[in-house]
Every structure is written in structure tokens, then in C-alpha cells.
Design a protein around this ligand. Structure first.
Ligand SMILES: C[S@@+](CC[C@H](N)C(=O)[O-])C[C@H]1O[C@@H](n2cnc3c(N)ncnc32)[C@H](O)[C@@H]1O
Length: 294
């Protein structure tokens, strides 16, 4: 097909490999030969926008141009997969509401503080879902609750801060949640209520920036769902170590259902809840009753 191969012909094997390696080093996202065409097609749109002559010119641009930081941000914004919706992966959320939150309520009684990180939050449906579940639990009234929500993509973060959603985001949302935690706007849109929004702080953060992650106060729970699935093995290892260091002892790491730490990390223990199996950073000197080493 002449049409679809026109951009491909312009990328040599070396062009593809240089760009692929650059992106993997920058943000961990892997582009294999199987999805090479996605990378090339999207990079081509940037080559055209900048009126550059070739993929090689583009590679030099993102490596050495004084405007490279701005351009890499634009490139990453078009390369990430941002699919998400409210109340995604209900079994895990049930374990969070019914088992993890009551435990944290007991354990953090003295500090009255709860810190959750939604790492790779996309357009915000995940952190707002977490906020709704925390409010609904009625366990943390007058506590210091912070949900830190981060992503590498600046466009999805802008959407997340605006907190306006359409039907696509509510494909698995019960009506009662829409009624209680959203205000209806025109055109079938809904905006998240201020009570929910006030619990969530958004920020740009590249998960490979482990220096910055180390500066964050520790968390009780980290949600990182459907993010590592796109990463190289090396990036998965780096990020899982950063998560381990960022969790309080006994803190939980919740990954997506298609993701696991097999062959990535043996630091965490697996906890078998009624509703789901999740990862936990071991408490020092704890008798491991309900858990197993992974
Ligand atoms: C498929 S979405 C998952 C959204 C949400 N966690 C969920 O499960 O519904 C993956 C998100 O990870 C973000 N992401 C990818 N690489 C990243 C990186 N290196 N640092 C931070 N976020 C990243 C993408 O921008 C995207 O918004």
C-alpha cells in the first residue's frame, strides 16, 4: 500500500533504533518491531510540524537543539497511551475500600494522615475514583488526606485538572456515584465536585526520574495501573525499586490486572485479600501470616 508505507520508507533501521532507544531511556516506554509503525507514524507528524527534512534531522533535534525539552514533551504527549475510566478494575477497588482503607484507618490513627499516589494518572479518572472511595468510606473525616496524582503527559494533566468528563469515562460507573460526586454540565458532560477535587493534587512526573521520586514523602498506597505494561524490563525494575523506597513499611502497591512483578522484583510480599491479591512492602520484623513472598 503506497499510502501507508510512504512514511515508513523514510525511517531506516538505524533511525528507528536511535529513536526507540532515546524514548526508552527517557521514559521507559518500549517500542518493539511489532509496534514500530506507531512510533514512526507519530514521529512523522512531528517531523512535518517542525518542517524538518528527515527522521535523522528529527533525532538530532531532540538530542541537541536548544528547543529539545519543549519538543520531547510534545513527542511524549503523542506517544503515550492514555486509556482510562472511572472505577476501573472493580475487584481491586473493592479490596482497597473494604480491606486496605479500614486497615490504614486503624494503623494511622495517631498521625491521622493518609497518603496515596496515583502514578500514571492519565486524565484523572483514577485519582478521583480513589478520592470518592475514601470519602464514601467515612473513615477519614478530619484527617489529612492527600492523593498525589502524576503523569508524564502534560495534556492529560490539563484535562485532569479541569475535571470535566463525558460518557466515555463513565462506562463502568454506578448512577449513585454520578449523582453524589459530580455536577451535571451541558452537552452530557459532568464535572467532579469540589469536595472530591480538593483531595487530589496533580503534578508532572516522569517515573524514571527516581531522584525526584526519592524527594517525595512516603505513601501508604501507590496505584500504578496499566503503566508498567508499556515499559521495558529495565524500566520496570527501576520504577518498582523506586516504588518500594517510596512506600511506608506495610504500604501497598496496586498494579493493573495484566501486570505483575514476576522477574522484576522480589522485594514485595503478596497479600491475599478477599477481593484481590496485591503487593505490599513488608513491615520490618512482621510475622507473615496472610502473605507470601513473590
Ligand atoms: C493507560 S494509562 C493508565 C491510566 C490509569 N492508571 C488507569 O489504569 O486507568 C497510562 C498512563 O501512564 C503514563 N505514563 C507513561 N509513561 C510514563 C512515565 N515514564 N512517567 C509517568 N507517567 C507515564 C501515560 O502518559 C498514561 O497517561
Amino acid at each position: 500500500m503506497i499510502q501507508s508505507s510512504s512514511y515508513q520508507n523514510r525511517f531506516s533501521q538505524k533511525d528507528f533504533e536511535d529513536l526507540k532507544n532515546f524514548i526508552e531511556e527517557w521514559c521507559g516506554i518500549e517500542f518493539s518491531e511489532n509496534n514500530r509503525y506507531i512510533l514512526e507514524r507519530r514521529v512523522q507528524t512531528r517531523i512535518e510540524a517542525l518542517k524538518l527534512k528527515s527522521p535523522r534531522d528529527y533525532y538530532f533535534f531532540i538530542r541537541y537543539s536548544p528547543k529539545r525539552h519543549e519538543e520531547v514533551e510534545k513527542l511524549i504527549n503523542i506517544l503515550t497511551t492514555n486509556e482510562t475510566y472511572f472505577f476501573r478494575e472493580k475487584h481491586q477497588l473493592k479490596a482497597f475500600s473494604e480491606e486496605i482503607l479500614p486497615e490504614l484507618h486503624r494503623n494511622n490513627r495517631e498521625s491521622r494522615s493518609l497518603r496515596v499516589w496515583s502514578a500514571g494518572c492519565s486524565t484523572g479518572e483514577e485519582p478521583y475514583t480513589i478520592a470518592i472511595l475514601i470519602i464514601e468510606s467515612k473513615l477519614f473525616h478530619n484527617w489529612n488526606v492527600e492523593i498525589f496524582a502524576t503523569d508524564i503527559n502534560t495534556e492529560v494533566l490539563q484535562h485532569a485538572r479541569e475535571a470535566v468528563y463525558t460518557v466515555k469515562s463513565f462506562r463502568d460507573t454506578e448512577q449513585r456515584y454520578l449523582r453524589d460526586f459530580f455536577d451535571k454540565l451541558d452537552g452530557g458532560r459532568y464535572v467532579v465536585k469540589p469536595e472530591v477535587r480538593s483531595l487530589v493534587n496533580f503534578g508532572k512526573l516522569n517515573l524514571l526520574d527516581t531522584g525526584r521520586i526519592r524527594m517525595l514523602p512516603r505513601f501508604d498506597v501507590i496505584f500504578c495501573r496499566n503503566v508498567l505494561i508499556y515499559f521495558t524490563q529495565e524500566a520496570k525494575k527501576k520504577v518498582s525499586t523506586a516504588f518500594f523506597d517510596s512506600l511506608k513499611d506495610g504500604g501497598y502497591l496496586l498494579l493493573g490486572h495484566a501486570e505483575s512483578l514476576i522477574n522484576i522484583s522480589s522485594d514485595f510480599e503478596l497479600v491475599h485479600f478477599k477481593n484481590d491479591i496485591v503487593y505490599r512492602k513488608p513491615r520490618r520484623g512482621e510475622d507473615e501470616e496472610t502473605s507470601s513472598r513473590c
